[in-house]
Design a protein around this ligand. Sequence first.
Ligand code: APR
Length: 248
Amino acid sequence: MKNNLQKVADVILASKSMIAFTGAGISVESGIPPFRGPEGLWSKYDPKCLDLDYFHSNPKDSWIAIKEIFYDFFGTAKPNKAHKVLAEWEQKSLLKAVVTQNIDNLHQQAGSKTIFEFHGNSQKLICKECNRVYLPEEVNLNDLPPCCKNDGVVLKPDFVFFGEGIPEKAYNNSLLFARNADLVIIVGTTGEVMPAAMIPTEAKRNGATIIEINTEESNYTNRITDFFLQGKASEILEQLDELLSPKI
Ligand code: APR
C-alpha cells in the first residue's frame, strides 16, 4: 500500500484522531541540516557534545559545539511550508497534535498549538542549581560556557542530552495521543532514536494507519508504514493540502 496522494488525502479526510510525528527532516528545508546522512550534523560534530556526562566534565567544549549547531545555525531558521500545513490542519481540527523530536521551535513559530516536545526545546537555558530559566538572548553566548547570574553555575540548554531522561509530561502525552490515534503522519525521521521512535509503533499497535513522508526509506518504511510518500516534506504536504483544502 505504498501509493498515491489522492488515496492518502482520502484517508486523512476520513480520520478522526490524526497526529503528526516529526523529526529533523521536516526542518531541512528551513536550512537546518539533519543529524544523520551524508551532510548530517553528526558527520561534522561529535555527538559527545550532547552527552550529559561529557557536558558536565567539559562544559566549554560542549558549549562551543552546542552554540554553533543550535544557536548560530538554528537561530535564523524559519518554519517552512511543511510546518505551516501541519499548523493549518490543527486549526481546521484535522490534526490533533504534533509529537516532535525537534528542538528548533519551528512548529511553535508556524502556529501549531498542541505540541509535545519529546527532546525539549533549545529556546530555554536552565540553571540546574536554582532552576532560573533564561532565553538565549538573555545570555552572552560569545562568552562560553554561559553561567547563571544568581550562582555562577553553567547553564544547560533545556533539551534532552544523550543519557538524560525524556520530559515526563511530553512522554506521557505523546503515548496517550499515540494510543488514541487512528492515523499517524510520520515526517522526516530515521526512526533510530529510542524511546521517541516507538511512538508511531505504539500507535500502529493500537490500530492506527501509518503515512510516512521521507526523502529516503526509514526504519518504519518496510515495518509499519502503510503509505510511503517519497519526497520532500514541504512539497508533499503542500500537495496533500491542495487536495484537502476544498473539503476541510
Ligand atoms: N523531507 C523529508 N524528509 C527528509 C528531508 C526532507 N526534505 N531531508 C531529510 N529527510 C529525512 C532523512 O531521510 C532522514 O530519514 O529526515 C530524516 C532525518 O533523520 P535524522 O537526522 O536521524 O533525524 P531524526 O530522525 O529526527 O533524529 C532523531 O536523533 O540525534 C538525535 O535528538 C536527535 O531528535 C534527534 C534524534
